[in-house]
Design a protein around this ligand. Structure first.
Ligand code: C5P
Length: 230
């Protein structure tokens, strides 16, 4: 097993089983740029999980999606800084002062990414929440607020990449989950695109979970990602 490290891929290590987590770290860590640790793993194994992921040579993305008053978020970001992660997430809905507090607490050591509109949400979900506008319009507004707050980038649906790239310029990081191959079955993700389309539209980093971690042949999926230019 070999191949170049796929810098534009972040593998979402979402599992309840410690052994599986370790196996995914060894399998994907040397092959991709970033390993993503979310709440499911972090709440169980915390610091040791982050250390194991970092030990593979990949950067670690701590995806706990902070959304609280600015001082609480700043304290959480300070703790993440001690862990030595490279990326973390906050919700842009927490507002400008919350995002600014996160960026300041990151001290230039962690790239703060703002979540815009989660990729399982469609227009009717926003309507139910009494949030006017389509997901794309809302994502654009929230991404612009994140940029003004000093965030390094945003997490958005692949369908919003092109308009965000146009509006926010080449240096703002666009990180996109909701990546699916043409033949993958349906799950809870709704605003999705293929890896090639996401990269064409300007994704800096694609967050990919189940299409890799549940694949019968992960090597074949890594090869397909490499072929797509990841
Ligand atoms: O398995 P799948 O490819 O759907 O994994 C996507 C990952 O990206 C999950 O860990 C999920 O929590 C995360 N994510 C997302 N949508 C966002 C932000 C993060 O799906 N807007």
């Amino acid at each position: 097993m070999s191949g170049r490290r796929l810098r534009r891929v972040a593998v979402a290590l979402d599992t309840d089983d410690r052994e599986t987590f370790g196996r995914w770290c060894s399998l994907f860590g040397p092959r991709v740029g970033v390993l993503k640790v979310g709440p499911r793993v972090f709440l169980r194994w915390g610091r040791t999980a982050v250390e194991e992921a970092a030990g593979t040579g990949a950067e670690v993305f701590l995806d706990l999606k902070f959304h609280d008053i600015p001082s609480t978020v700043a304290g959480a970001v300070g703790a993440a800084r001690e862990l030595g992660v490279s990326y973390l997430t906050v919700h842009s809905g927490g507002g400008r002062r919350m995002m600014e507090a996160a960026v300041e607490a990151a001290g230039g050591e962690i790239r703060v990414l703002a979540i815009t509109v989660l990729t399982h949400l469609a227009a009717e979900d926003l309507e139910e929440l009494d949030l006017p506008g389509r997901p794309g319009t809302r994502a654009l507004g929230w991404a612009a607020a994140a940029e003004r707050s000093g965030c390094s980038g945003v997490v958005c649906s692949p369908l919003e990449l092109a308009s965000l790239r146009e509006r926010l310029g080449p240096d703002f990081l666009l990180v996109s989950p909701g990546i699916r191959f043409e033949d993958s079955g349906g799950d809870d993700q709704r605003r999705v695109a293929t890896p090639a389309a996401a990269l064409r539209s300007g994704a800096d980093l694609m967050v990919i979970g189940r299409p890799l971690t549940r694949a019968a042949d992960p090597e074949a999926v890594l090869a397909a990602l490499a072929a797509a230019g990841a």
